[in-house]
Design a protein around this ligand. Sequence first.
Ligand SMILES: Cc1ncc(COP(=O)(O)O)c(C=O)c1O
Length: 390
Amino acid sequence: MNKNFRISERVLRIQKSAIHEMTRLSKEIEDVAFLSWARPTSDTPEHIKAAAIAAIKNGLVGGYSETAGLLELREEIVKKLKRDNNIDADVSEILVTVGAIEAISAAVMAVIDPGDEVILPSPTYSTHIRQVLIASGRPIFVPTLEDKEFSLDLERIEKAITPKTRAILYCSPSNPTGTVFKEEELRRLADIALKRNLMVITDEAYEYFVYDGNKHFSIGSIPEMKNNVISCFTFTKTYAMTGWRVGYLYASKNLIPQIRKAHIPFAICAPAVSQYAALAALKGSQECVAQFRKHYFKARNLMCDRLDRLNSIFAYQRTSGSYLMFPKILIPEGKDSATFCKRLLKQAKVSTTPGVAFGPTGEGHLRLSFCVSEDEINKAFDRREKYFIG
Ligand SMILES: Cc1ncc(COP(=O)(O)O)c(C=O)c1O
């Protein structure tokens, strides 16, 4: 390639992914205890795989589906939104996408013009930052309140709004902090968005993984938000379907045709085979979801116990959702989380993700995933104890 070939500004503004960098470095070392990925390690349940195989055998998956997704799948999604999210949707208000990621990208593309500002309560999922950048938007990081379990700082959010602000993009339960924003906080956020006519884009990927009596609340269930919300969901986490690449969004009838214009150039439609698998996931028993939740809850408790034994090195908020924790590093070396994580990998053979990947307010922290086996957690923490305490 010509060395001087000009790469687009919007792509140049995107930094290398710290998660992928840690994965790459981890591969160079043998027998790493791996806590870097927010990816379920369980396999997709058998009845979902069987439905996909049947769809292949019946010749249903060789072509594109409707760009908005299979009608039957959208009908099931409508039922699910009513049952679990208290959202009253019509099939025409659903767009099936290539995971939640493509849903959020299409949403951002549909509402952001170059130079528009998007408020990201942070630390926030690193991909959200990139989604704003690739739309030539400006991410505006508004810190959450760490000493209040990383809850929303609504006053600061309101102060951060300028004439260029177009949207607020958040995930709850949060990646990386695991915080579940409370209904009351989200109702106040909705008031702010309505007062200033902002679009709220949600990422509800971890909606089913909440603990200790916390409840997931969908801001899209507030009737007044109808024209100011794009709610994004996925099958990835709920049914351990990471590689199937299927998710969906809910938005008003007026918005869907516009968002679909952004969806088509990137995807045309979600993979047909995965849509049949998703249909089986929604129609089948939900026992697998309960099992995953039970496993993550136990793993969360184990990780907290193990972190307690390292309380001179890390301070943490007990995660109330997702399968992630975001402890603060108390020792001086933690100020540079990228170097800290690389050293931990090389010297203790434990792979984690540096907090700086999740926006400037994430610096000084590291992200740990507990969607792994208890043995993996114990292995990682045995090594860390040896490394930090000796
Ligand atoms: C907050 C959040 N949203 C979305 C995704 C990816 O979702 P999908 O696989 O549906 O694109 C992840 C994956 O780690 C995530 O943590």
